[in-house]
Ligand binder design. Structure first.
Ligand code: TXA
Ligand code: MG
Length: 339
């Protein structure tokens, strides 16, 4: 199959809608990361997403909508907390797990009786949903296990020959995937952190929101898995990633002692000039949003630089930083050292 990478003109957006309506898969920008979109109601179309990514069949996809009217079609019911969260944070990077509606294919929900739904704020994504009037299922547009793509060129690298069309919407604003929160139980629980934080949700709900243990730790052998995505290796470039906790002086001494071909330091912007080995920075030290924005792009750049071993300065896991920490700890396969 030939893969076209095109600009978001009215005509190209119409083409994307026609392809999705015909059961094909299209690469689309969202405010978080690029997604691979197909009609969430059409099981055969959604199977093509799983094939293109090489994604395990038991990992459900998120359904993207453009209006609250569409929400009522894709879910069985809207829990009270879900309605409040939607009112405050949609359109935007928040996915809410709710009881699944009949029209959603079991392939999309991977056989679960729940479904994750979000209303993206990205203009292009919204236009495609509105014009086609189709709720689309879309996982991140990477080969399964790789860092999520934040540019159309990165989607092209991973999906060349596998999908017919990619709409180029420039670099994604947020850079990490949406927050995933389950509203199936009395106490909402965060299954994947993002830029909509626990604190922001607690403030509008006036109640506690939990964070699943697996967000910062690996899933234990006998533990109940709340979200299938938790158990898979994720966000990994070819290089081995190791997270390093500790003061900058100690980090500097440590990484400089490790310097050799293929070894990189991944630090904060302010620190790069003080390191005497090849290094790459992923945002400002006290600005987790800037870290989230650059993180996946930097992980992919390391592959292009042929990095073999990367020592990453550990971010603070507070607020939006939890999302950055969660992605990094997974890309490191939970390898953390203290210096
Ligand atoms: O920002 C995003 O959410 C991006 C863009 C494209 O919208 N999408 C995305 O999708 O990150 P994906 O498939 O890469 O991640 C979806 C995550 C997975 O970890 C999956 O296990 C979890 O959400 N998930 C989806 N439906 C679920 C459900 N019903 N119950 C529990 N977890 C669910
Ligand atoms: Mg993903």
């Amino acid at each position: 199959m030939k893969t076209k990478l095109v600009s978001p003109t009215e005509e190209n957006i119409k083409k994307a809608c026609a392809l999705i309506a015909n059961g094909e898969v299209v690469g689309v920008p969202t405010e978080t990361v690029y997604g691979l979109a197909a009609d969430a109601r059409n099981g055969d179309a959604v199977k093509k997403i799983f094939n293109a990514k090489g994604r395990p069949q038991d990992n459900p996809l998120i359904v993207h909508i453009s209006s609250l009217k569409m929400l009522d079609d894709v879910v069985g019911s809207v829990p009270y907390d879900a309605r409040i969260l939607a009112k405050h944070f949609w359109p935007g990077p928040l996915t809410i797990i709710m009881p699944k509606g009949k029209c959603i294919s079991n392939v999309t929900s991977a056989g679960l009786d729940s479904v994750g739904v979000r209303m993206p704020s990205n203009e292009i994504a919204r236009k495609i949903i509105e014009m086609s009037n189709i709720p689309f299922a879309a996982p991140s547009a990477n080969i399964s296990g790789k860092p999520s793509p934040t540019t159309a060129e990165e989607v092209f690298e991973d999906m060349y020959g596998k999908i017919p069309l990619i709409i180029n919407g420039g670099m994604c604003e947020t850079g990490v995937e949406s927050t995933v929160v389950s509203c199936l139980e009395q106490t909402p629980i965060i299954l994947r952190p993002g830029v909509i934080t626990r604190e922001m949700m607690q403030e509008v709900l006036h109640k506690r929101v939990d964070v699943a243990k697996a967000v910062i730790e690996g899933v234990g052998k006998d533990e109940k898995i709340l979200s299938p995505g938790m158990k898979y290796k994720h966000y990994s470039p070819n290089a081995k990633i190791i997270l390093v906790k500790g003061k900058f002086e100690n980090y500097k001494n440590f990484v400089e002692s490790k310097a050799s071909a293929g070894v990189y330091a991944m630090c904060f912007d302010e620190e790069k000039e003080f390191l005497n080995l090849p290094s790459i920075s992923y945002g400002k030290k006290d600005d987790p949003k800037s870290q989230a924005h650059k993180l996946f792009d930097v992980l992919r750049t390391l592959d292009k630089l042929n990095a073999k071993l990367v020592y990453v300065r550990c971010p603070s896991p507070e607020g939006v930083g939890l999302a950055v920490y969660n992605r990094l700890i997974r890309s490191a396969g939970f390898s953390v050292i203290q210096v």
